[in-house]
Design a protein around this ligand. Structure first.
Ligand SMILES: Cc1ncc(COP(=O)(O)O)c(C=O)c1O
Length: 384
């Protein structure tokens, strides 16, 4: 698969936030959407639904198809046995974080988060009236690791939940089974419930494999809610469809005790698209991942060769490069510097919580040509 020929003019016609937030002279490399065209069968499915004006309320059977498609794929792809009845269909993954916080903790109780992390994790906890506890991941300039001692020290008597992100956004870590097992020991010691956001699980590069946290053991499954969707890997975030997977009936019953309609209704196109890509989309995803891997390596080499003061390790997963710009001392900060001087929109590391200041996140899910232009503009801005 080659995505070398993406047309800038048609990308600029897109109305989603990636392309429509900044002025036309800015190249957007921020929010986690890909610039690639949809998998053709998916485009045909959506076009057919629109052609026959089929945008009425979805049937309950459409939700059941999502549950079954997810369960079948979890077994096939991750050797993770999931029963369809243990899958709840949600609007989005972040909704699952909020619902999990409300269902599994009381006001004033705490949830712990490891930073830097996808910003909604940091907002969800205080917005739900829970205490946010922070444990920073360890970064030695070459690799990120979970700080288990720090985690144990930060958990207090009122801590009910660990909000976990694996593969990790923004660091690109795909944690190994041994790392996850060590984390699971802490979870069991402190009787925590885990909300495990695995939305990037399909975007793990071949040197690593994704290990579902809930797949570690029946004991861990019983206290884990896995949140995921097809939206990152198949580039359909705007269709709004996700799943929450429960490792026990008890956990699911507590979650379902919230009034059902706080989840909102579901998007008919999102349900249909999710079923199609989970059933048949793997060959497209494999080819797309190969292109992304080459972009990842290209970006990492470019940074090493041309911007050596930026510390960067190629991600094991995700199409996001996490760049430590602290040695550059950019004014006022790397995000604004590259926006103003390079006309490139990155994600501001400071939004990812402690340990993110002085970093930016670069989305490389675009054509090699556009990626080269993004990196080239950054390089020139640093030389000025
Ligand atoms: C780790 C992570 N979780 C959740 C989301 C958003 O998912 P949703 O749109 O389903 O809430 C993203 C989007 O980039 C993400 O990176």
């Amino acid at each position: 698969m080659t995505y070398d020929d993406l047309d800038l003019a048609s990308l600029r016609r897109r109305r989603g936030e990636k392309w429509a937030t900044y002025p036309d002279d800015v190249l957007p490399a921020w929010v986690a959407d890909m610039d690639f065209p949809l998998w053709p069968p998916l485009r045909e499915l959506l076009a057919e639904r629109v052609a026959i004006s089929d945008l009425g309320y979805p049937r309950e059977a459409a939700l059941q198809e999502v549950r079954e498609a997810f369960a079948a794929r979890a077994g096939r792809r991750f050797a993770w046995p999931v029963e369809p009845r243990r899958v709840e269909v949600l609007t989005d993954v972040v909704q699952g974080l909020y619902l999990g916080l409300l269902a599994f903790s009381a006001p004033g109780e705490a949830a712990i988060v490891q930073t830097p992390i996808y910003p909604p994790f940091l907002h969800a906890v205080p917005e739900c009236g829970r205490r946010l506890l922070i444990n920073q991941l360890r970064w030695d300039g070459a690799a990120y690791a979970i700080d288990l001692d720090g985690l144990r020290a930060a958990i207090d008597g009122g801590t009910r939940l660990l909000l976990f992100c694996n593969p990790q956004n923004p660091t690109g870590r795909a944690f190994s089974r041994a790392e996850l097992e060590a984390l699971a020991d802490v979870v069991l010691e402190h009787d925590l419930i885990v909300l495990s956001d695995e939305i990037h699980a399909d975007l793990v590069y071949p040197a690593r494999t994704h290990t579902p946290f809930a797949g570690l053991s029946p004991e861990i499954a019983a206290r884990t809610v896995t949140l995921t969707s097809a939206s990152k890997a198949f580039n359909i975030a705007g269709l709004r469809c996700a799943v929450a997977v429960f490792g026990s009936d008890a956990l699911q019953a507590r979650f379902n005790a919230l009034p059902p309609h706080v989840r909102g209704g579901l998007n008919a196109l999102g349900l249909a698209a999710t079923v199609l890509v989970w059933r048949d989309g793997q060959p497209w995803l494999d080819a797309t991942l190969a292109y992304l891997a080459a972009n990842r390596d290209f970006a990492a080499r470019f940074v090493t060769d041309h911007m050596p003061a930026i510390r960067h390790t190629a991600p094991e997963a995700t199409y996001l490069a996490w760049l430590d710009c602290r040695q550059l001392g950019l004014d006022p900060d790397p995000y604004n510097f590259f926006l103003e001087q390079a006309r490139v929109a990155l994600s501001d590391g400071a939004a990812f919580g402690s340990g993110g200041e002085g970093f930016v996140r670069l989305n490389f899910a675009t054509s090699r040509t556009i990626l080269t232009e993004v990196l080239g503009r950054m390089h020139i801005a640093l030389m000025d």
